[in-house]
Design a protein around this ligand. Structure first.
Ligand SMILES: *[C@@H]1O[C@H](CO)[C@@H](O)[C@H](O)[C@H]1NC(C)=O
Ligand SMILES: *[C@@H]1O[C@H](CO)[C@@H](O)[C@H](O)[C@H]1NC(C)=O
Length: 270
């Protein structure tokens, strides 16, 4: 007879371990059936073609010289909404006055790759979508993209997606764009957070929001490059846009309340 405590532990372990096989073979089978090119070939150029995004550069019209606007001005919030009703912080803004090359969907992905992120494993999204209201007149909208940290910016992850990292946890961010008519700044709004691994069910590590933000900001201000382009960001820290503390925050994780405003410039021109 197995003692009850052990039985519970074994059951818990099998539930946790069970998650990986149910995600993995299912995902791989789906890809094998519907998009076999993703598995048969790791030809970087070919895979990259398949994840090509819109390249339209949508720059901030001159009216918004700051390159971003406080969502609170028109009833929005720097806290997004998770499916469970809790909130997560939008803790980084990439100003709409940044290099116009990163103001397209494809440009943002290339920039994200330069600072150590990539699209999710084989472009398969494993979690729920979050919603944000950026005070631009569009109300709550679902996240546009979600990018995950990879080990090196030139590792295969940059081309096939963050596969190991999707299971191992790590840093990641969700993206929205402030481009509704009430605040058409073109800025990218990022909710950055650092996770534990999948065996902890992708929960956010203690201080995971602040830590994730700081890691991204460090990489951006250090300078980065991808496919022959280089960038460096300057950062301006803002308080007052986000609350401090953990009231209503997902996983009860405390926030220091700071938002990093990044102005990203090309450094390989002129
Ligand atoms: C807002 O930005 C998103 C993402 O780049 C784009 O898909 C959408 O068309 C833009 N909307 C407008 C009105 O430009
Ligand atoms: C949330 O964290 C605070 C301390 O940061 C603690 O006092 C509170 O009991 C926690 N609430 C829950 C529901 O865990």
């Amino acid at each position: 007879m197995i003692p009850r405590g052990w039985a519970a532990a074994l059951l818990a372990a099998s539930v946790v371990w069970g998650r990986v096989p149910t995600i993995e073979p299912g995902a791989v089978r789906h890809v094998q059936e519907h998009e076999p090119w993703r598995i048969e070939s790791f030809n970087a150029a070919k895979v990259n073609d398949r994840v090509r995004l819109d390249t339209t550069e949508r720059c901030a019209p001159g009216a918004h010289s700051a390159g971003w606007a406080d969502p609170g001005e028109h009833g929005g919030s720097m806290l997004d909404i998770v499916g469970n009703g809790f909130r997560e912080p939008i803790n980084v803004i990439i100003s709409g006055q940044s290099d116009k090359g990163i103001m397209s969907d494809q440009g943002l992905l290339d920039y994200a790759r330069s600072i150590g992120f990539s699209f999710e494993c084989l472009h398969l999204h494993l979690g729920g979508l979050q919603h944000a209201n950026l005070g631009d007149g569009r109300g709550y909208t679902p996240q546009l993209f979600e990018y995950r940290s990879i080990l090196f910016h030139d590792s295969p992850g940059a081309w096939i997606g963050a596969c190991w990292e999707s299971l191992a946890g790590g840093n990641h961010f969700r993206v929205w764009r402030q481009n509704g008519t009430l605040a058409d700044t073109g800025a990218w709004f990022l909710a950055v957070s650092k996770e534990e691994d999948v065996f902890q069910e992708h929960t956010i590590s203690p201080n995971g929001y602040d830590v994730g933000r700081n890691l991204l900001v460090d990489a951006a201000t250090r300078g980065s490059s991808f496919k022959g382009k280089s960038w460096r960001a300057s950062v301006e820290w803002k308080t007052g846009l986000l609350p401090t503390g953990s009231q209503g925050i997902n996983h009860n994780i405390s926030l220091d309340g700071r938002v990093a405003i990044l102005h990203v410039r090309r450094t390989d021109l002129q």
